[in-house]
Design a binder for this molecule. Structure first.
Ligand SMILES: [Zn+2]
Length: 237
């Protein structure tokens, strides 16, 4: 997931993001428009309205326009927590909906998960425009189901990509490293702890290194799991 930065000029800060901010939440919006993220950001950046957002997301791109340590004007609550503590994410193509909107929503769920992981936030930090001003926004996300969107965020947060997916064999006493990539720290376990012992290696950003050591007898095997899902089997040779 790549975030493209098209930051608004500093000369516009006094209109679009006048205050420094320590963010405490994400505020989800729908654009109620059919423009791309690039066009939404260009429009917002070039006009002089006190309306702004941090990110616009479409089916292909995530574009950041305002740094997360400055406020934006989007939640309709004046100097309330939405405007002064919220990271605003606009999901594009909500007017007509369809496949482009659905892909944009998925990208927004992944962006939200990545922000949560950076700040160590739980799902209660995922809020919507409606929470602050009563406006029916994010309109299409609400039509399709707010709890459904939060589930998408939770899935994105805990999705794990493993560098090992094929069954392996390991000589008795030897160790093997597995690299897992995930926004949130994944669990790492084996089915039978007398066959394999697990250990935890270094973490770098979203990459977590775990390991297994073959401590059982030749011919024994067990499954290796992350977040209760099986990754592969390992057999001692
Ligand atoms: Zn909104």
């Amino acid at each position: 997931m790549t975030v493209i930065q098209r930051m608004i000029p500093v000369s516009k800060h006094k209109i679009k993001c006048p205050y420094t901010m320590t963010p405490t939440r994400v505020v989800i919006h729908n654009t109620a428009n059919d423009a791309s993220a690039e066009n939404e950001v260009a429009y917002m950046s070039h006009n002089n309205a006190e309306t702004s957002f941090h990110y616009a997301v479409d089916d292909k791109e995530i574009i950041q326009a305002i740094p997360e340590n400055r406020n934006a004007w989007h939640a309709g609550d004046g100097n309330g927590t939405g405007n002064r503590e919220g990271i605003a994410i606009e999901i594009c193509y909500s007017k007509s909906g369809g496949a482009w909107f659905e892909a944009a929503e998925q990208n927004a769920a992944e962006l939200t998960a990545s922000i949560m992981a950076r700040y160590g936030w739980e799902l209660d930090r995922v809020t919507k425009h409606q929470d602050y001003s009563g406006k029916y926004c994010p309109h299409r996300t609400l039509d399709l189901g707010w709890d459904r969107f939060k589930k998408m965020v939770d899935m994105a947060l805990h999705k794990v990509i493993s560098d090992t997916t094929q069954d392996i064999s390991l000589a008795r006493g030897n160790s093997y490293h597995v690299k897992l990539t995930s926004f949130a720290k994944p669990s790492f376990t084996v089915g039978n702890g007398s066959v394999m012992k697990t250990f935890t290696g270094r973490q770098s950003g979203n990459e977590y290194i775990f390991g297994i050591t073959a401590t059982g007898k030749c011919g024994e095997s067990t499954g290796v799991y992350t977040n209760d899902e099986k990754l592969f089997s390992v057999t001692i040779i």
